[in-house]
Design a protein around this ligand. Structure first.
Ligand SMILES: Nc1ncnc2c1ncn2[C@@H]1O[C@H](COP(=O)(O)OP(=O)(O)OP(=O)(O)O)[C@@H](O)[C@H]1O
Length: 746
């Protein structure tokens, strides 16, 4: 223990030096004034790098080192959250990053396959103080003993699993299990699906995989960013600290409702409405709606020009429309072509009207006359009104709002009723993939932005030119008598370089890749990780696949926990359109969260639908049996819940009351718990609705009125506790629970 403490102390001293160096480097660099473009670039890179290092050092401050491996050859390596090297010539590694290949045996070695290890040591600490060592002997011939042997090899894991919860997920870097490690370190190309029941560590594995990929492919992923998609904001809050604790911050965490820049949708539709909006067929519906805006006159459209009236008939417009469509461009981009064709058509009509020789029918106009007519037409607002009517520029919001306000003719009557709503500016989560699809169909008409950018650039150049002219004039004057040729040449060159000077004045984009990605709908992420992937609709998959042209994705989920009517039918069905059968499937089968006693109750709920269902194997038994409490009637429910909350609230840790939303008001009053949209999971007692509890976990869970839950919601709710579970009900229990022998009656 003393030696490990000395090692840890030495490590912290070294970290202090690194921190001070990095801090100084950042301050010095920031204090430097603007020099050359190159200099500023280098400064920005240095500041970003050192600030990143500082953030990583701060994040991993406690429990920096958590393990040691002793190799049969005599070498030893300490393993930690980040890698640290000594200052010597060879930059000798002091602490090995857990993600490095050298650290791998720490996670994989067994007595049967020791991978060159003699011993594996877990080092536990509180803050900077080493509190315990646990050694596993992997070389069975080795007889040296340290007095810290852990005969079963799982003391550290069990201690982690039994620890009181904090309302924030923690990292599992000290105890990653072998099957989890293989997923975390799988190659990053292609699609990998990770399936596993509740508590098998899917979320933990997904987050550690992100950290591993950022380590292994740092350059690519720092540029392209990693996106992690989760089911709801409470869940993202719950997992938000895992990656920073591993020293990683450059990751974008988002729900699907946040993936259309400018919209943050949290409102949910009813399941039936979300199901209609999420169907793959909606892509064609939107396409049809957009094409219906590429209109034909019925039968003619009169355009006034220069005191004449020109008649655009259906046939003429159809030709222009077909030509514009044949470009294959999205609606807003093809409009430029439509404008051109229609102006040509109008020019011909006007030229015919005014230029035809009344005697022989020949045209009296020459090319320059015709060209002048075209220019005049292009200046005529009436012409642009006609173009706007026939081929309007559309925004994604207009298109989706129009569909939802007037779905008739686009959706069968029943579906139309399900989605219909008045025009509104508030979007639901299920609207977001529709907005994204619409944006894709419309294309970005960036001509205005391009023109503006060009104008600004010209203005900047003119300004820079002016500045340099002044500088040049004064310099010439200043150097006139000195006959300093060099200075003269320099001044002249600067003026030639006005354009470069202007560029230098452009603000550098200081945002991180993740921040830029969040603001850019067309961003292609380096890797996408989807948690609770079973929840996503086909339309949401379309959106995500557009963000991942390389299809580097890790999808984790559990079909048995699917609540959404449009969720995953089968991975195959979802993935085939994008990658055919080129995806990998991995399974996790050990439940680290839910003790066996609770899992038996939860499994009964699924078995009522699927008798052959096999739940994941719980790694722990606690000897504490779940129980049900029957309230005398609905009026007595809050009191009964309050009494069970009193019994089950842990000294440390968290308790969740999972109840249908309708009951939250009276339960909140009875328990003195605030009723909020996004629950504050760091409170000792929280009130959550069945949908919102997905992915979360607590020491104790009380499920209220389970008859009101959908079967998959009930399964999810019953599998959230690490220690104790109770069910409180006024209505009769669902059959599966009523019959379960694993549920005691209090
Ligand atoms: N190797 C491990 N070491 C320590 N704790 C672990 C390990 N694997 C998983 N856990 C813990 O088990 C709990 C469940 O993990 P996680 O939430 O990742 O499971 P999940 O499969 O996503 O569950 P669900 O589908 O029910 O939401 C977490 O508290 C996690 O920290």
């Amino acid at each position: 223990m003393r030696r490990e403490q000395e090692f840890v102390d030495g490590l912290h001293e070294h970290v202090e030096t690194l921190r001070a160096d990095a801090d100084r480097a950042v301050k010095e660099a920031l204090a430097q004034g603007d020099t050359t473009r190159q200099g500023r670039l280098e400064r920005d890179i240095l500041v970003a790098e050192r600030s990143g290092l500082l953030a990583a050092l701060d994040a991993v401050d406690s429990a920096l080192c958590f393990g040691r491996i002793d190799l049969t050859g005599g070498a030893t390596h300490h393993i930690g959250r980040i890698g640290i090297r000594a200052d010597d010539e060879e930059r000798t590694p002091l602490l090995i990053d857990w993600r490095a290949e050298v650290a791998r045996p720490f996670y994989l070695a067994t007595g049967y396959s020791p991978m060159g290890l003699r011993r594996r040591r877990h080092i536990s600490s509180e803050g900077r103080t080493v509190t315990a060592l646990h050694d596993e002997i992997l070389d069975l011939g080795d007889t040296t003993r340290t007095g810290h042997e852990d005969p079963t090899g799982d003391a550290v894991l069990l201690a982690a699993l039994n620890q009181a919860r904090t309302g924030r997920m923690g990292d599992i870097v000290r105890t990653i299990q072998a099957d989890q490690d293989r997923i975390i370190r799988a190659p990053h190309q292609g699609v990998m699906v990770v399936e596993g029941g509740p508590g098998t560590g899917k979320t933990a594995v997904a987050l550690h995989r992100a950290a591993f990929l950022l380590y292994e492919h740092r350059e690519l992923l720092a540029r392209r960013a990693v996106l992690i998609v989760g089911p709801n904001p409470a869940f993202l809050g719950y997992i938000g600290e895992v990656l920073p604790s591993l020293g990683e911050t450059g990751v974008l965490l988002a729900t699907v409702g946040e993936l259309f820049p400018g919209v943050t949708a949290t409102a949910a539709d009813t399941p039936a409405t979300a199901a209609v909006k999420g169907r793959a067929g909606m892509a064609e519906v939107l396409e049809r709606l957009v094409r219906d805006h590429e209109r034909l006159p019925d039968p003619v459209l009169a355009v006034e020009h220069d005191r004449q009236v020109v008649m655009l008939d259906e046939g003429l417009v159809r030709v222009a429309r077909d030509r514009a469509r044949s470009t294959g461009l999205p609606h807003n981009l093809a409009r430029e072509y439509f404008e051109g064709y229609l102006l040509n058509t109008l020019t011909e009509l006007v030229a015919e009207q005014i230029g035809t020789d009344p005697y022989d029918g020949s045209n009296l106009l020459d090319d320059s006359d015709v060209s002048a007519i075209r220019d005049e037409l292009a200046d005529n607002p009436a012409v642009w009104d006609a173009i706007d009517e026939l081929w309007p520029v559309l925004t994604p919001r207009q298109v989706v709002a129009r569909l939802l306000a007037e779905p008739d003719g686009y959706l069968p009557p029943e579906d139309a009723e399900a989605v219909r709503r008045p025009v509104t500016t508030e979007w639901t989560v299920a609207d977001v993939p529709l907005l994204d699809e619409a944006a894709e169909l419309l294309g970005e008409d960036d001509r205005a932005a391009r023109d503006r950018a060009a104008r600004e650039q010209r203005a900047r150049i003119a300004y820079a030119q002016g500045v340099l002219d002044v500088a040049y004039a004064s310099r010439t004057y200043e150097f006139e008598d000195k006959d300093d040729e060099d200075a003269e040449v320099l001044g002249a060159q600067d003026i030639i370089d006005a354009e470069r000077f202007a560029e230098r004045h452009e603000e550098a984009d200081h945002r991180s890749a993740a921040e830029r990605a969040a603001a850019d709908r067309t961003w292609a992420f380096g890797h996408i990780i989807v948690d609770e992937a079973q929840e996503l609709s086909p339309m949401a998959w379309r959106l995500l696949m557009r963000r991942s042209p390389t299809r580097a994705m890790t999808l984790v989920g559990d079909p048995a926990q699917t609540a959404e009517a449009v969720g995953v039918g089968s991975w195959k069905g979802i993935l085939a359109p994008y990658v055919e059968d080129r995806w990998e499937h991995r399974r996790l089968s050990v439940n680290y969260r839910t003790p066996a006693e609770i899992m038996e109750v939860a499994a009964a709920v699924v078995r009522a639908r699927a008798p052959e269902f096999e739940p994941p194997r719980s790694v722990r038994e606690t000897g504490i049996r779940p129980f049900a409490v029957a309230a005398g009637g609905p009026g007595e429910l809050p009191g009964a819940v309050a009494s069970v909350v009193g019994d089950l609230t842990p000294e440390e840790g968290r308790l969740a009351v999972v109840a249908p939303r309708e009951l939250h008001g009276e339960l909140g009053d009875a328990l003195g718990v605030p009723v909020t949209g996004v629950p504050d999971l760091t409170r000792r007692v929280v009130l959550v609705d069945p949908r919102g509890v997905k992915g979360l976990e607590f020491d104790s869970v009380i499920v209220v009125e389970p008859a009101a839950f959908g079967p998959s919601d009930l399964y999810v709710a019953l599998t959230r506790a690490t220690q104790r579970l109770a069910v409180v009900h006024a209505a009769p229990l669902p059959d599966a629970l009523a019959r379960s022998e694993a549920l005691d009656r209090a």
